[in-house]
Design a protein around this ligand. Structure first.
Ligand SMILES: [Zn+2]
Length: 196
């Protein structure tokens, strides 16, 4: 049964274990509001447009506030095999300003994108996901909006002897159905417990 947010009717995907032992269940927005408040930040500063356009293509924008900055995601396409880009930016940057950098992040790889689904472009992104990691299955890979098996990935790479595949690790846009656990003690570790 889905759990509801402690402040609204939306489904809760974040579960925060407070220092006092209580757990609060939060929707995405109320999680971001909670963590901003705990970090002494103004949540409204990080509100961003729902979508951005890059080279005429529309991407959904989502964000997640973390202890070290704000992770912004741009994604498009079918759930599970989305094209996904991420960029972590400092708290000093507003959500509105951040879109310029997120657009830059997306354009860096999309500017090289060709329609050939069996060919690596000069720059691109290969996602790594599991259908069900708890079952001990192999991961699958996401290339240009489709699933590749480990064998298909190796076959794809084997056409490029003499090249390096340079990489940059970044998180994929979170699955809207996934659940996250946060410990208040990790968000504000140095603080005394006397403010409750
Ligand atoms: Zn909520």
């Amino acid at each position: 049964m889905p759990q509801h947010c402690y402040l609204c009717e939306k489904e809760a995907h974040h579960h925060v274990k407070l220092k006092n032992g209580d757990v609060i269940d939060c929707c995405d927005e109320h999680y971001n509001r909670w963590i901003c408040e705990r970090l002494g930040l103004e949540y409204t500063r990080y509100v961003h447009p729902k979508t951005i356009n890059v080279f005429g293509e529309r991407f959904r924008v989502t964000m997640q506030v973390g202890p070290d900055g704000v992770m912004y995601y741009a994604s498009r396409g079918r759930k599970g095999v989305e094209e996904s880009y991420a960029l972590q930016l400092p708290f000093s940057m507003s959500g509105k300003e951040a879109m310029k950098y997120l657009r830059g992040r997306v354009s860096l790889t999309t500017m090289f994108a060709s329609d050939d689904k069996d060919e690596l472009d000069d720059a691109g992104t290969i996602g790594i996901e599991y259908d069900d990691a708890t079952e001990g299955e192999d991961p699958y890979f996401i290339f240009k909006g489709r699933k590749l098996s480990p064998d298909q990935l190796i076959e794809l790479l084997s056409f490029y002897p003499g090249y390096n595949l340079a990489y940059q690790l970044e998180p994929r846009v979170p699955d809207p159905d996934s659940h996250w656990i946060t410990y208040e003690g990790h968000v504000v570790p140095g603080e005394d417990d006397d403010d409750n």
